[in-house]
Design a protein around this ligand. Structure first.
Ligand code: XLS
Ligand code: NI
Ligand code: NI
Length: 442
């Protein structure tokens, strides 16, 4: 088998901050940060789809990338094998521990569900061999329930139950495949689970269908003994005008309403958070505080436009707050930082795929160091403790425990003429503390 990335002959080295050429300037996999190595904190993963299954096309133009296995005139199974070889060569040279894939990224779709399953099984067997040779693990598997025209009106939320059945078959196969490969999680992203217009849509009916689908997934997971985490990936829109898994709070409410809390966590994507009008920080903090934090699709958007540009996350300023919350929450359990990232269409050198990932990984590593410093020095926790101190005193605990009603509380406020003096929120001082931590951490 010939190498696809001959310009990067071996594993990408750690070269340090002044190093030259392709190498990690901050990410040193074995360096301890607190009680865990950088590799164990970050649990880095590469995605199969944007990196190997996308030719660099956009809505106005064809593919620009050099991905020989995507040519139309070659046998689909041989092409899938070449793609898999390139993917595993890349992941091992990069030094990432994990990867993630959709059914259709790894194996060609056949003329029937049976044939698609056979193709997938063959490629999954081959992937299992590659994984044991390289030590690469599966962070998560997922089924693509959004590209094929049959899913235009949704998968689980389709008005036609036959589409629901087709989606069930794909998800069953991918759960089996994920289980077979020892996957740590299984993701469901509902890109078409939503509506284009309410004129033809029964919103409540579609929510009931989606909940039924998710319950079936939970039952099946138990039947086969899959112990990974089930993850829902929120996104407010794109490709559908309005998607039901809008953001973490919406997903949380949905899970609660349908008695599915505890069965699913969330896979939060940086660029989806900003599309929902939130910061990445907000989405992570919400999930951590409500016990549904699972994993991250690491990427960023572009501040000047409003779609999912899936760029490599290069801004330490933007990464510090979410990474801080993850550390505060105790870090990943089964999740990790999965690079759901695309090269720009003009980045056509094979080595560009390395540069994109290496830059994003270094930015995450730097954010990790800064977040660890902020947490161990209790810079933000100290401030938060002071700000909420009243809630651990008599008045606060009595209010929260329910021992005071509105009338008694009002009487007490009147009797003692409770009239607190406002205190500063200190936002600018805290922003300066974050910058100081960034500038002083090496
Ligand atoms: C698209 C999603 C997708 C999921 C996997 O916006 O991010 O890539 O992560 O289906
Ligand atoms: Ni994603
Ligand atoms: Ni996305």
């Amino acid at each position: 088998m010939s190498e696809f990335f001959p310009d990067v002959p071996g594993p990408v080295p750690f070269i340090g901050i002044d190093g030259e050429g392709l190498g990690y300037r901050v990410y040193d996999s074995d360096q301890m940060v607190g009680d865990k190595s950088m590799a164990d904190h970050l649990r880095l993963a590469v995605c199969y789809w944007h990196s190997f299954n996308w030719p660099g096309s956009d809505i106005f133009g064809d593919g620009t990338f050099d991905r020989p296995w995507l040519a139309r005139d070659i046998d689909p199974m041989r092409a899938a094998e070449a793609k898999q070889d390139a993917a595993f060569e890349f992941i091992s040279k990069l030094g990432a521990r994990f990867f993630s894939f959709h059914d259709v990224d790894m194996a060609p779709q056949g003329a029937s569900l049976k044939e698609s399953r056979a193709n997938l099984d063959a490629m999954v067997d081959r992937a299992a061999a590659k994984m044991s040779q390289t030590g690469v693990e599966l962070l998560w598997g997922t089924a693509n329930l959004f590209s094929h025209p049959r899913f235009a009106a949704g998968a689980a939320t389709n008005p036609n139950p036959e589409v629901f059945a087709h989606a069930a078959a794909q998800v069953r196969h991918m759960l089996d495949a994920t289980h077979r490969l020892g996957g740590h999680n299984y993701v469901l992203w509902g890109g078409r689970e939503g509506y284009e217009t309410l004129l033809n849509t029964r919103m409540r009916q579609e929510a009931d269908q989606l909940a039924r689908f998710l319950s079936m997934v939970v039952d099946y997971k138990r039947t086969i003994g899959f112990e990974g985490t089930l993850l829902l990936e929120p996104k407010p829109q794109e490709p559908t005008k309005h998607q039901y898994d809008y953001d973490c709070a919406t997903v949380h409410g949905f899970l609660d309403r349908y008695d599915l809390l505890g069965e699913f966590k969330v896979n939060i994507e940086g660029n989806h958070a900003t599309l929902a009008g939130h910061s990445f920080h907000h989405e992570v903090a919400y999930a951590i505080d409500h016990g549904i934090f699972g994993s991250i699709d690491a990427n960023r958007g572009d501040h000047q436009n409003g779609w999912d540009t899936d760029q490599f996350p290069t801004s330490v300023d933007e990464l510090v707050p979410p990474v801080y919350e993850i550390l505060r929450g105790g870090g990943f359990e089964t999740g990790g930082f999965m690079f759901d990232t695309k090269l720009r269409r003009q980045s056509i050198d094979r080595s560009d795929l390395f540069h994109g990932h290496v830059g994003g990984i270094d930015a995450l590593a730097k954010a990790l160091l800064v977040a660890h410093k902020l947490l161990s020095e209790r810079t933000l926790e100290g401030e938060r403790d002071r700000r909420y101190a009243g809630w651990t005193d008599d008045l606060g605990t009595q209010i929260l425990s329910g021992s005071l009603g509105l009338g008694e509380l009002a009487d007490r406020a009147v009797a003692h003429n409770i009239d607190p003096t406002p205190v500063s929120g200190g936002q600018e001082r805290l922003e300066n503390e974050i910058n100081h931590a960034i500038w002083s951490t090496s």
